[in-house]
Design a protein around this ligand. Structure first.
Ligand code: ZN
Length: 141
């Protein structure tokens, strides 16, 4: 249990670092994959899904370096971008970063409260005496 939580924490920290790098990095770069009519990529500070009903001229991975206009908010663009009849959905990467960051902070906070020999609910120090319930919060030990 303890070990599992430890792993969750470091996965969280790693995910935060990757998301932060991806977010900042895509202010100047784009990286994605082109399917026949759908493009999935990281660019303009967002995770982007684009639909090209007329089909893409190429398929496969693509990358580009250039300063882009950054989208700070979730954005839906239809039919007036690159070519007509396309749909672009932009999800800014700070949104998953916020969730993963909050979850990671909670995982760390848990760890401080759940120190060995302390109440698993309130963190009261239970060492030195036998308790059936926590004298601080009344939860069964
Ligand atoms: Zn307690």
């Amino acid at each position: 249990m303890k070990r599992k939580r430890g792993r969750v924490k470091w996965v969280g920290v790693t995910a935060c670092a990757l998301l932060l790098c991806a977010w900042i990095g895509t202010f100047w770069s784009a990286l994605g994959y082109q399917f026949p009519t759908v493009v999935v990529d990281l660019s303009v500070g967002c995770f982007e899904v684009s639909v090209y009903p007329q089909g893409m001229p190429m398929q496969g991975w693509f990358a580009a370096w250039q300063p882009y206009e950054v989208y700070w908010l979730p954005t839906l663009i239809r039919g007036r971008f690159i070519t007509s009849r396309t749909t672009h959905v932009f999800v800014p990467l700070w949104i998953p970063l916020l969730f993963v960051g909050a979850a990671t902070i909670l995982a760390f906070r848990h760890d401080w409260l759940f120190a060995p020999g302390h109440c698993q609910t309130c963190g009261y120090d239970l060492r030195g005496a036998e308790h059936e319930v926590c004298p601080e919060c009344g939860v069964e030990v």
